[in-house]
Write a protein that binds this ligand. Structure first.
Ligand SMILES: NC(=O)c1ccc[n+]([C@@H]2O[C@H](COP(=O)([O-])OP(=O)(O)OC[C@H]3O[C@@H](n4cnc5c(N)ncnc54)[C@H](O)[C@@H]3O)[C@@H](O)[C@H]2O)c1
Length: 364
């Protein structure tokens, strides 16, 4: 069977979705819907074979489709998803799926009632840097892991268009936080116990452009997620992406989305007390605990090379629709990410950590 999909919201990511749908076997993009007539004009110029619609109502009434990708502004997702579900469409919704857990529950009620499928475009589960860290974590190459740090910095308060308006779902927690939190929850099997967050509007007045989140899991792990778009830098690239992971038999770091990094170990774990115990400032440098290691003490290994591409998100989705794979991004996982985001806002407002008990887990 050939899947006939429409893209609703033909902006930055909607343009990519049209190309992606057209590149997949047994899938076609037959229609685009956007409330901006200029965007539809653009579609007709590039793809004369694609139908264009100015409203989702018209699209759902007139077009012969069996699924949609919702890629409009964040504050539009709820209404568009509910309408598409009631029309019997299978749905891929852009992240963040909803502006709140309550909105998402309304959407899922319509989805469940209609008996259709909903997933959310969390394609950054296939980022190479993340997959590399996940592989090291799962293989236990660092022993018991205690600390994970995932950070992303952009420059000059680089937020744009509707992302600067609160009412439209702007701000960096909605925009990138949703990916970075999803990655950590996807990697951790242990229940999340507590959340602490510092969320700031530094340059942008209405919405956040900085956050630092601590997620404490029941196992030994604390994951820290830090993002800031306002840092000033003279680096050539427009971002800095870093991962750090520390375990009791080694550490690792990975920089950039196409990661460069190392696993770092000491050859004398817990054997570093000399018999004469003479750790004088002279032999160890300005601080003894952080002193220069003796030759051969620190060894490094290459981080594993993981080949992974964002297209795998769509391959999994259509395979799942065909009954040939398990759906990767499940609604209950999407809901949990939204719950964590709400816990982050609560924590930031109250200057305190929030004990986390997911209602998703509580129901299981
Ligand atoms: N997964 C990712 O990596 C990723 C990347 C970028 C954007 N996104 C998400 O995609 C969505 C769109 O972001 P963008 O950057 O492409 O925005 P954009 O502003 O470039 O495009 C949004 C488009 O939606 C249209 N639109 C708005 N309301 C509509 C409605 N009711 N019906 C039909 N069309 C409507 C607008 O006219 C515009 O053309 C957001 O939810 C965003 O978070 C996801």
């Amino acid at each position: 069977m050939k899947y006939r999909y429409a893209v609703v919201g033909y902006g930055f990511i909607g343009r990519r979705h049209v190309g992606t749908l057209k590149s997949l076997e047994n899938v076609d993009c037959v229609a685009v819907c956007d409330i901006n007539p200029q965007r539809l004009e653009e579609v007709r110029g590039i793809y004369p074979e694609i139908e264009t619609y100015g409203t989702i109502d018209q699209l759902l009434e007139e077009s012969d489709i069996n699924g949609v990708i919702i890629s409009a502004n964040n504050n539009q997702h709820k209404e568009l998803v509910i309408k598409a579900a009631r029309a019997g469409m299978n749905i891929i919704c852009e992240k963040p799926a909803a502006m709140s857990v309550a909105e998402f529950d309304e959407m899922m009620e319509a989805v469940d009632q209609a008996g259709v499928t909903l997933t959310v475009h969390q394609q950054r589960r296939f980022d190479k840097d993340f997959q590399t860290v996940k592989k090291c974590y799962e293989e236990g190459s660092l022993g018991d892991v205690y600390t994970i740090k995932s950070s992303l910095y952009g420059y000059n308060g680089n937020m744009h268009d509707w992302h600067v308006y609160k009412a439209e779902g702007g701000g960096m927690l909605y925009d990138w936080g949703v990916h970075l939190i999803d990655q950590i929850l996807y990697m951790m099997e242990s229940p999340l116990k507590a959340v602490f967050a510092d969320i700031r509007n530094v340059i942008n007045k209405e919405v956040d452009d900085y956050f630092n989140i601590l997620l404490r899991f029941e196992n030994s792990v604390t994951a820290e997620i830090e993002l800031g778009t306002y840092y000033l830098s003279d680096q050539k690239e427009w971002f800095e992406r870093h991962w750090y992971m520390g375990g009791n038999t080694g550490s690792m770091y990975a920089n950039k989305f196409d990661p460069e990094g190392k696993i770092v170990r000491t050859t004398k774990l817990l054997e570093n007390v000399n018999e004469d115990q003479d750790k004088s400032a002279k032999s160890y440098g300005p601080t003894r605990s952080f002193g220069v290691p003796e030759p051969g003490l620190i060894v490094t290994e290459d981080i594993p090379k993981v080949e992974t591409e964002h297209i795998e998100f769509f391959e999994n989705y259509f395979a799942a629709l065909n009954g040939k794979a398990e759906l990767l991004v499940k609604p209950q996982e999407v809901r949990k990410v939204l719950e964590v985001m709400e816990a982050c806002w609560k924590s930031a407002e109250t200057f305190s950590s929030v004990t986390f008990e997911s209602s998703v887990e509580a129901k299981v």
